[in-house]
Ligand binder design. Structure first.
Ligand code: YSA
Length: 233
């Protein structure tokens, strides 16, 4: 029988590379809990109780724990970090997130996101675009391009969809924007000279593109082909 060797999981390799790239740009790493409360996951992020965005992100509520949810994105880490720190700062927040949705090749119920948050005086969309562009060029190669398309997320204004062109394909990688004033109010930042940008990208999709893994569900099924895709044998 062919010998099967163990190797690090693609998500581990991709996250290590992401930390290294952002460390060079002066970002530090922040984390938050996977079981969140609705205030951090929704309210403080300017998502009102009856807003359709709460249905868009089909949420796992925790039985017997009113107000407790499995976080649907890494954006609540923005709130936790801002509550405890004074600008300026630049952080990334990687982590597992959960959505109660049907799965396919690009959707799993459990997946990973990478949040980014930069807050300080005079931060603009140009800084957002420059940060994303230099990250993707280093991650996918110098010929990579980044495109921001107008979009809506309640916690940013303006908001964008982030696409990266890898080879000849444009890939939808995540969302981004300028931190909404209501979010700064929720964390009690009152200095009007303070602005910030944020982004949230799907790490599993980055890993799949990098390693040529055809289906996001393979990341979590113990499939031994994960040892081979995209690796030198
Ligand atoms: C937007 C603006 C900000 O200022 C900060 C963050 C964000 C992103 C926002 N919190 C969010 O979650 N947007 S999203 O629902 O579009 O998901 C972001 C990315 O996660 C997607 O582009 C995709 O790459 C990935 N994703 C979403 N659902 C997924 C998934 N990956 C795997 N399986 C799923 N079910």
């Amino acid at each position: 029988m062919e010998e099967l060797k163990g190797t690090p999981h693609p998500l581990t390799l991709v996250l290590e590379e992401i930390y290294a790239i952002f460390a060079k740009q002066g970002f530090s790493v922040a984390t938050g809990p996977e079981v969140e409360d609705e205030w951090h996951n929704f309210d403080a992020l300017n998502v009102p109780k009856d807003h359709p965005a709460r249905d868009m992100q089909d949420t796992f509520f925790i039985k017997g724990k009113p107000g407790a949810v499995l976080r649907t994105h890494t954006s609540p880490v923005q709130i936790r970090f801002m509550k405890e720190h004074t600008p300026p700062f630049a952080i990334i927040a990687p982590g597992k997130v959960f959505r109660n949705e049907s799965t396919d090749a690009t959707h799993e119920m459990q997946f990973h996101q990478l949040e980014g948050l930069v807050v300080g005086e005079g931060i603009t969309v140009e800084h957002l675009k420059g940060t994303l562009l230099s990250f993707f060029k280093e991650f996918f190669g110098p010929e990579t391009e980044v495109r921001l398309r107008p979009s809506f997320f309640p916690f940013v204004e303006p908001g964008f969809e982030v696409d990266a062109r890898v080879g000849d394909k444009w890939l939808e990688i995540g969302g981004a924007g300028m931190v909404h004033p209501h979010v700064f109010e929720a964390v009690e930042y009152s200095d009007k000279n303070i602005t910030g940008f944020a982004f949230g990208v799907g790490v599993d999709r980055l890993a799949n593109v990098k390693f040529g893994i055809p289906d996001v569900r393979f990341e979590y099924q113990g499939d031994l082909r994960l040892n081979q895709w995209g690796r030198e044998q």
